[in-house]
Write a protein of this length. Structure first.
Length: 388
């Protein structure tokens, strides 16, 4: 018995040429000296895989289930690191990091690991053998010394990388608005040997701990361009001055608009940044966008001030001027979502305060606590507990 495939050509009235194939199981035998064929089954309706299995069996091959044909000894995760690696290549990250070599491969592996599974360097090193990343980039046998050497290599490449990113994202061509965003954050750390470690305003809720601060410069879409690390007690204005000097002196970009949080871009910093060393005004001063502090806003809202709440709806922006801010554009709007959130927080604080004061009020009504002095002492204890 064997599998036979018969093809038949048919030409339709439209002139279209069509080919039909029938798959048959046939038995071949001799009768009166002649070779004859007997059709035993029509396999044309079966899937191609089933036809192939029947044909192989008739040819004498021995088929076994796939589970018995191969035994899986180890399955290494691949998809997540492959996806990050593919995205990095599409963005041109390897070429941006530097020339091809082991240091670049290690650096790229560290970056991919930071996206897929953030962990310590030692943990990342052992993790490379648990996924396909180590084998794919040829770094599976790397040591801790290799990793730190690659980080030193990347540090030496920082200026070149940032210059290329500035060309891509901050130059007048790709960034016609000539706008750059800057913000400062902090991270606490352990140990006593970091020269930048100091106590300062903690942005990650670790008060009283040593920390470092780092400022990130991005384009208007939020794509990182440059980063600078500062001592842990650096204030926002000082960090802003440092990053603007990078933009102006290292990147050679003029007529930029810097955007930062309230308190970061102060009037004193703006005046200093837009003056030359001899005190004269720069011919290419930087613009800026920031938010006013609460006292300045209250002053604008004072009676007869330019900021009148009755002039606002809940969507449009309004441009106002004030002699306190000569030459500056003040843009104001009312945010109903923020107003509702602040009203809710005020109500929550009032309810929490009433709950704390309820026992003292009950003692006063029962005559167990009297006099402004004793009552003030008890309230002061509650305030002290609240601060803790």
């Amino acid at each position: 018995m064997h599998v036979a495939r018969n093809k038949r050509t048919y030409v339709a009235k439209s002139g279209e040429r069509r080919v039909y194939e029938s798959v048959l199981v046939r038995r071949t035998y001799r009768e009166a000296g002649k070779v004859r064929h007997e059709t035993l089954a029509n396999l044309s309706a079966l899937p191609a895989e089933a036809v192939a299995a029947i044909e192989a069996t008739l040819k004498g091959e021995r088929l076994v289930p796939a589970a018995r044909a191969a035994r899986i000894t180890r399955s290494v995760p691949h998809g997540h690191v492959a996806a990050v690696h593919a995205a990095a290549v599409k963005l041109g990250l390897p070429a941006l990091l530097g020339p091809a070599g082991r240091a670049r491969d290690l650096t790229l592996a560290l970056i991919i690991s930071r996206v897929a599974r953030p962990a310590s360097k030692l943990s990342t090193l052992t993790w490379w053998n648990d996924v396909t990343l180590g084998a794919d980039l040829g770094v599976a046998e790397a040591s801790t010394d290799d990793i730190y050497a690659a980080m030193d290599w990347l540090g030496d490449r920082q200026d070149a990388i940032e210059a290329e990113l500035a060309r891509r994202h901050l130059a007048p061509g790709p960034n016609p608005s000539r706008m750059a965003l800057f913000d400062l954050s902090s991270s606490w750390l352990e140990g006593t040997r970091c020269p930048l470690a100091a106590r300062g305003y903690s942005r990650d809720g670790k008060k009283g701990r040593l920390q470092i601060e780092y400022g990130l410069l991005t384009d208007p879409a939020g794509r990182p361009v440059a980063v600078r690390v500062f001592p842990g007690n650096t204030g926002d204005p000082a960090a802003f001055t440092g990053i603007v000097q990078v933009v102006r002196d290292k990147f050679g970009l003029a007529e930029m608009v810097m955007v930062g949080d309230r308190g970061m871009i102060t009037s004193a910093r703006i005046a200093a940044l837009n003056r030359l060393e001899d005190g004269t005004a720069r011919p290419d001063p930087y613009g800026w966008i920031t938010a006013l502090r609460a006292p300045a806003i209250k002053k604008l809202m004072a009676e007869g001030g330019p900021l009148q709440m009755s002039l606002f709806d809940e969507q449009d922006l309004a441009e106002i001027t004030s002699p306190d801010f000569p030459g500056e554009r003040l843009i104001a709007c009312r945010n109903p979502a923020l107003a509702a959130d602040r009203a809710r927080k005020r109500e929550d604080l009032l309810h929490a305060t009433e709950k704390l004061l309820a026992p003292i009020a009950a003692r006063v009504r029962a005559g167990k606590l009297a006099g402004a002095g004793p009552i003030g002492v008890e309230v002061g204890r509650l305030r002290a507990m609240g601060k803790k």
